[in-house]
Write a protein that binds this ligand. Sequence first.
Ligand code: GLA
Length: 398
Amino acid sequence: MKIPLRMGPLSGRLLLFFYGAALAAFAAAPASALDDGQALTPPMGWNSWNKFGCDVNETVIRQAADAMADSGMQRAGYRYVLIDDCWQLSRDAGGNIQADPERFPSGIKALADYVHAKGLRFGLYSDAGDMTCQHRPGSRGYEERDARQYAAWGVDYLKYDWCHTEGVDARTAYKTMSDALRSSGRPVIFSVCEWGQHKPWLWAPELGHLWRTTRDITDCWNCPLKLLGWTNILDRQAGLENYAGPGRWNDPDMLEVGNGGMTTEEYRAHFSMWCMLAAPLIAGNDLTAMDAETRAILTNEEVIAVDQDPLGKQGRRVRSLFGLEVWSKELSGGRRAAALLNRSPWPLRIGTTWKELGLDAPRARVRDLWAKKDLGELPRGYETEVPAHGVVLLLVSP
Ligand code: GLA
C-alpha cells in the first residue's frame, strides 16, 4: 500500500502549531550557559547501564574500552567510557567513597588510567540523594569530597542521578555538585540525570553540559504499560529545541541500538532521530559482541556528522500526519538534514519540500545518508518510499 503524504489544511494547522511551540520555547530560552568550552558538540561514548545494569566489574569496563578502540567506534568519534550505578559500595570512616573491592579489585584510578592510555576518557555515576537508584551511597552531603576524589582518580565525566532525593531542591542539589566539580580543578562533563521532573532545560544549562529530559528509555518500539520506548521519548523533545546548543544539550537518554529488542530498521530510525535531535550519543550495547548491522549503524560517520554539526541546532518536527513525519535540522553551511520518519507498520511514501525544511532555494543537492547515494540536484523537494518503522535520512545542500 502506498499513500503519498501531501500538505492539506490539517497538516497546515499542525505546522502552525509546531512553529507556535517553537516560538514559545524560544521566548523562554535561558540566557546563560556554563560556557566552559566543553561539550561543544554532543558528547559521544558508551555507558554500562542499558546492557549490564548492576552486573559491572573492571573486566567489563576494560573490554568495553578495548572494543571501543578496536571496533571503529573511537574512530567514529566515541570518547567516553562510563560506569553507571553499582561501582560504589560504601564510605570509609573518613567519608571517602569506596569502590566495590570484589568487582573493582584494581581500584578506580587503575581503570581510569587504562581507559586514558587508549586515548579515551573515563566517567562515573553518582546521585544527588543519600543513595543511588540501586541503593549504593549517594553524594548528598559529600559533594566536595567526592568531586576531589573523582579528580584524583582522573574522572572526566559525571552522570548525577536523582533517586532518594525527598525534600531536596533540584537546582540547588545540582548546583552544589556543579560547583564542587569546578573547584576540583579538573574539567569534567556534568550530566544532569533528573529525568526532566523539574524542567532542567530551564536551569541546568548554567550547571552542566547535558540534562535528561524524561524517565528511562526501554528497548522497544511499542512498549507495554507505561514504559518509554524511543518513539515516546522523541515525542517529548518537541518544544525543547531552543534550549540546546554548543555546551548544553537535551539528553533523551542513552541508545538502545544493538540490545536486541528492536529490528535493524527500528534501530536505524532510533539512531537517526537521536542524531536529528543533536542528542548525546551514548551507546548502551555490548561493544564486544556487536553484529555487523549494529556496528554499521553506530559508526555511520555521515549520520554522526548530522549529530555533531558545529552549529549545535536541535532538529524540529515540521510535519506529523498519521504517523508519517518530517523533521528538519539546520546544519552549518546553510544545509539541512531531513528525516522522513515512518512510524506506521507499512512501507509508505513520504515527501518534503525545501521550503518546508526551512530552505529558501529553488534547487538543492540531495544525498541519502544510509544508502550513501547522491540523488542529484533536485527542484522543489523529494518524495520516496520509507520502510515500516523506518527512516530515510537526507542531507540537503542548496
Ligand atoms: C536511573 C537512571 C538510569 C540509570 C539507573 C541506575 O534510573 O535514570 O539511567 O542510571 O538509575 O540505577
